[in-house]
Every structure is written in C-alpha cells, then in structure tokens.
Design a protein around this ligand. Structure first.
Ligand code: ASP
Length: 341
C-alpha cells in the first residue's frame, strides 16, 4: 500500500436509491455504496472514508456545509496524500470553486466526483468516475502529487474545479470547462496536461472559514424591468452583485439602467461583470454597451464562471475586503480561476 486517500461522502446521486414509497431518489449510506465496487479493495492505495451525516442532495448545499467540508480536509490533511469528495452534481461546480479559495496553499489533490446515475444502477457512470478520481487523488511523481489543486473528475475528464459549470442534466458528460484546458484526459492511460496544472508551493495549508453570503446574481434578459433591477440593487445588506451580461460583457444603455447601477456603486455595492456565455471573456470597453459600465465603476470579470464569481466574492467579502481592494482582488487570479487579459 503506497498512498492513502480519504474519500469524503457528502451525498448526491452517486449514492442514492429510490424511496419505495415516493419513487424519489434519496441518499443512502456509504457502506452500501462501497459494496457496489469491491474492486476498490484491490486498489494500490489505502482508502478510508468520511461520511457526512446527514447526507445531502447538493441542492441543499450552503456555506456552513462548505466550512464543515473544508474542516474535514484540514483535520485529515497530514494523514492523507489526497482526497476524493463524492458530491451531487447540481452544485458541485460551486463547491469546488469555493473550496479552491478556502484552502490556501493546497498542496494535495482534492478531486470532486459524482454521477448522473446511482451506483446501484447497472449502467451507472459512478463506478468509473469514482475509480478515476481515486487514481488521480493518489497519483504522484517523485513523491509530489501530480494534481495538487481542487479539481472535478467526470466522464474521463479532469477539470480545474473553479473553471467548471454543470451544463447537462442528461448526458454523462455533464461538466464543462469552457475557458480552461483539461488537466487530464482519462483513456487507456491517464494523460496529465502538466503545463495547465497548478504547481505546489510547499507552504502550510491555511483554511479560510469566513464566507459572506450578502451577494446576489442578476442575469440580464431583453425586457428586464427597472423594478426588477432596482429591487435587487436595493436588497438590504447587499454588498456585491454578480451581473451576468451578454457576450463580451455588454448590457443595455438605457439611462434608468445605468443610473441604477451607478447609484448602487456609489452606495458601496461592488458590481462584478461576468458573461452569460460558457466560453470567452468580458472585455469592457470593446462595445459602447460595455464602455459605460466601465465608467460607472463596474468590475470586469474576464473569463470567470458565475459559480466561481459568486464563490470568490463570498470569500473576499468574508476576508473583509471592500471597495477598490475588493475590485482589485476580484480581477486578479487567486487560484487560477480567471485569465486576466
Ligand atoms: N440532485 C443531485 C445532487 O446534486 C443530482 C446529482 O447528484 O447528480 O445531489
């Protein structure tokens, strides 16, 4: 037995069964999950498990759970070479994003995975995802982990966690990393794309626990009313807004709209401009429809995903950043979550 991997089970389809009364999928305990993959006992690494109680459907995910998850990793950090987090697919991209910020100086793999079909179903994708994730979490070269960052392993692809979103509720290929290359491709061999993987810094792990949830997302659509925009910008206690704009960061040029944003910025609310597109980057000033946003003080999010933007904003607000310090940090990559160019 060479390496030790801790499997942290939070819930999700991978370990669910049909409730005979309601017909709905509900989580069941990990021992039963383990029974479906006896091959795990033949793995060339030691596998221990930590099972959350209660297990949750990831649609019930929240900041308190994120802190508990980060703490399980912190408490076990020295004892294990890598971590596999079994998580529902619905909010996996959010959790992987926020964990990447909470775990500063992460020098070990934290590989998220789950499945579209429960492990007990014959055609499950869970078995393969789970086995691949364990192999990647334990992969080392000269005693240094190959992927020392938070990643998502799904359907033979390894992606940087904070670059992903769930884009398909039907296909096994459920996650997209629209703006960042794969960290690895799983075939007969696992081919790691070393040049895209974060390098370890060998510093001590530091876990950040403060997340400020006083944030909101406003997705633009043609016909959005002044009432909707103003209601959101006037939410009591709101500190930051993720503004999901069109294309390269464009928004309407109506006076009422720009005035509402300017008023919010003047009241100290940070507005972070991310694109609704799954690929490509916000380029404020490229079109007239984004130039004015820049003038108002809206902060361009480059190619960050909405999931990562919300996670990063909660994290930075929780660290106490506001105003220009917050804007500066939102725009510079902390954990490889955006490309600023
Ligand atoms: N609703 C489930 C969850 O996110 C879906 C899944 O696991 O795929 O927990």
């Amino acid at each position: 037995m060479d390496k030790n991997v801790l499997v942290i089970y939070t819930g999700g389809t991978i370990g669910m069964i049909k409730d005979p009364l309601t017909g709905a999928l509900t989580p069941f305990n990990f021992d039963a999950l383990y029974r479906h993959i006896p091959i795990l006992e033949n793995f060339n690494c030691r596998i221990d498990t930590h099972c959350f109680d209660p297990l949750i459907d990831s649609s019930n995910m929240n900041p308190a759970f994120w802190v508990s998850l980060a703490e399980v990793i912190e408490e076990n950090y020295e004892r294990y070479d890598g971590f596999v987090v079994l998580h529902g697919t619905d909010t996996m991209a959010y959790t992987a994003s926020v964990l990447s910020f909470m775990l500063e100086n992460l020098n070990k793999p934290v590989v998220f995975t789950g499945s579209q079909l429960p492990m007990g179903v014959l055609r499950t994708d869970g078995r393969e995802n789970f086995i691949n994730a364990i192999e990647i979490a334990s992969a080392h070269e000269d005693d240094t982990p190959i992927v020392p960052e938070v990643s998502i392993c799904f359907e033979n692809r390894l992606m940087r966690g904070n670059r992903t979103n769930k884009f398909n509720a039907e296909n096994f290929n459920a996650f997209l990393s629209g703006n960042y290359p794969l960290l690895a491709q799983v075939g007969v061999h696992i081919r790691y794309n070393q040049q895209y993987i974060l390098k370890p810094n060998f510093k001590k792990l530091k876990v950040h626990r403060n997340l400020d949830p006083n944030v909101a997302i406003l997705k633009l659509f043609p016909g959005i009313t002044e009432n909707v925009v103003k209601s959101i910008l006037n939410i009591h206690g709101l500190k930051a807004l993720i503004l999901e704009t069109y294309g390269a960061g464009n928004a309407p040029t109506d006076k009422w709209f720009l005035d509402a944003l300017a008023d919010a910025v003047n009241r100290g609310i940070t507005i972070f401009n991310v694109t609704q597109c799954k690929g490509g980057s916000v380029e404020m000033g490229k079109y007239e429809t984004s130039a004015q946003l820049e003038g108002i003080g809206v902060v361009g999010g480059y190619d960050i995903t909405t999931e990562s933007a919300i996670a990063k904003t909660m994290f930075l607000l929780g660290e106490g950043y506001t105003g220009s310090e917050l804007s500066k940090r939102l725009q510079s990559p902390l954990r490889g979550e955006l490309t600023a160019e």
